[in-house]
Design a protein around this ligand. Structure first.
Ligand code: COA
Length: 420
């Protein structure tokens, strides 16, 4: 493969996000303004937002979720940036990552020096049946949907294939969810910012208040294995194996490398960018790996000139717990079939040798689909700058990676960031 380099360097100099969650009465516009304001406040040396020359907005389906198409100029208007060009980028749940890549390319090409990349999605206004149908439009309508698959079903098929091929048991998927709730509990922006132990306690209190029998569980795994507390959604995946339905927005400011220190003394440089596509799930050589993720990762690693072992902080697309395990293998952190063992041995926990999803991941932080890829970058921004508070990784991390998947892997986008 030809190794591609950016024709000029690109730096990340500001980052912000709204809280992720369910916010009745707030539209994606409101959430985007919140993210934009936090991004502005994060630029230590300050700047005039009018210097922003273009916007790239990741959004999956404001059309179906909010009955509003053509969202990018609306976002530009709501943050006072018209008449700058504003373009919506749609690649399902990878829309945010794809928008970031377009922003990077726009600066690397020399067309712009200062670009705003956003991600937005407002999902919770619809009833769950319509959310599920809307998400299903990201699957292949000719092959995947007519086979009766919803998204939890598609990832459940990957989970059963993984179990059959590598001998993993469903308990290990639950352990991914457990870990991500432990991390999300330390993230004030997370939708489910509670540890499983906190959720168990809340359930007990709620039962007592209602005068119902108080449930008892020996420990967190007993709770997660309790069909009443954690019902099966699509076997073997249960509720706590699924990312939630969420509202949220995120925004980052990209500038050409030569301008970076005008904005901040601690810029992050985008040193690797890869994106790849694939066909529907029935037509793949395997269900236990995403070829698009392997290809996107290879492109990003080669551009950056780094190896998996060099990466310090990683945010992967855990739309379902099985997806996190597969991602850690596709990205080269573990050999094929070893990702589940790494989870079982605690290697991917915050204190482990290869921490994954310190933000809480999509599972706990939330998954407003078009915003998720940009939301991942916020965690890298915080961790590499030593601003992640209680969940800060030790050792002065220097390199961070994001992995953002659309559909069942029809799109994957990988980015690598460096603090110098
Ligand atoms: N994890 C943990 N708890 C969850 C949850 C999740 N993913 N989703 C909802 N809950 C909780 C709610 O907070 C609520 O708790 P409470 O009773 O204590 O208030 C309870 O479960 C029921 O919530 P509700 O909103 O009625 O759930 P639901 O049945 O409508 O939705 C799913 C549950 C799993 C179907 C939904 O979250 C889903 O579809 N997730 C996958 C989204 C997806 O496919 N994204 C794209 C990926 S590619």
């Amino acid at each position: 493969m030809t190794i591609r380099k950016l024709s000029r360097g690109v730096a990340l100099v500001g980052a912000g996000m709204s809280k992720f969650g369910a916010f009745p009465g707030q539209s994606s516009r409101d959430l985007f303004v919140e993210a934009f304001q936090e991004m502005l406040a994060s630029v230590e040396k300050g700047f005039d937002p009018k210097e922003i020359e273009a916007l790239f907005i990741g959004n999956f389906s404001s059309d179906l979720f909010e009955n509003q198409g053509h969202t990018a100029p609306i976002m530009a208007d709501w943050v006072g940036l018209t008449p700058r060009p504003a373009t919506r980028i749609e690649d399902a749940c990878a829309s945010g990552g794809a928008a970031l890549r377009q922003g990077v390319l726009a600066i690397a090409s020399g067309l712009y020096d200062i670009v705003l990349v956003g991600g937005i999605e407002k999902m919770t206004d619809l009833p769950i049946e319509r959310v599920t149908d809307t998400l299903a439009t990201a699957a292949d309508a000719l092959y995947e949907v007519p086979a009766g698959f919803t998204f939890p079903g598609l990832y459940a098929a990957m989970a059963t294939a993984y179990m059959a091929e590598y001998g993993a048991a469903p308990d290990v998927f639950l352990k991914v969810g457990y870990k991500n709730h432990e991390n999300g509990a330390l993230n004030p922006k997370a939708q489910f910012g509670q540890r499983i132990a906190d959720i168990m306690e809340a359930r007990k209190k709620s039962a007592a208040k209602k005068g119902l029998p108080i449930p008892e569980w020996a420990d967190e795994m007993a709770f997660l294995n309790d069909e009443r507390a954690n019902p099966t959604i699509a076997w073997p995946l249960r509720l706590y194996d699924c990312s939630p339905v969420s509202d949220g927005a995120a925004a980052v400011l990209l500038v050409s490398e030569d301008l970076a220190r005008r904005f901040t003394d601690t810029p992050l440089y985008v040193i690797g960018s890869g994106q790849a596509s694939d066909g529907a799930i029935h037509d793949r050589p395997t269900l236990t790996s995403l070829p698009s993720a392997k290809k996107a990762a290879e492109m990003a690693y080669q551009m950056a000139g780094v190896k998996p072992a060099d990466i310090d902080v990683v945010e992967v697309h855990d739309c379902f717990t099985i997806a996190e395990i597969i991602a850690t293998e596709d990205l080269g952190f573990f050999e094929p079939g070893q990702g589940w063992r790494a989870v079982a041995e605690g290697k991917t926990a915050r204190g482990g040798e290869r921490p994954i999803n310190t933000s809480g991941g999509l599972k706990s932080k939330g998954h407003p689909v078009g915003a998720s890829g940009v939301g991942q970058v916020i965690e890298i921004w915080k961790q590499l700058r030593g601003e992640a508070g209680e969940r800060q990784l030790p050792g002065n991390p220097r390199l961070g990676l994001t992995h953002n998947v659309g559909g069942t892997g029809q799109t994957c986008v990988v980015h690598i960031f460096e603090r110098r």
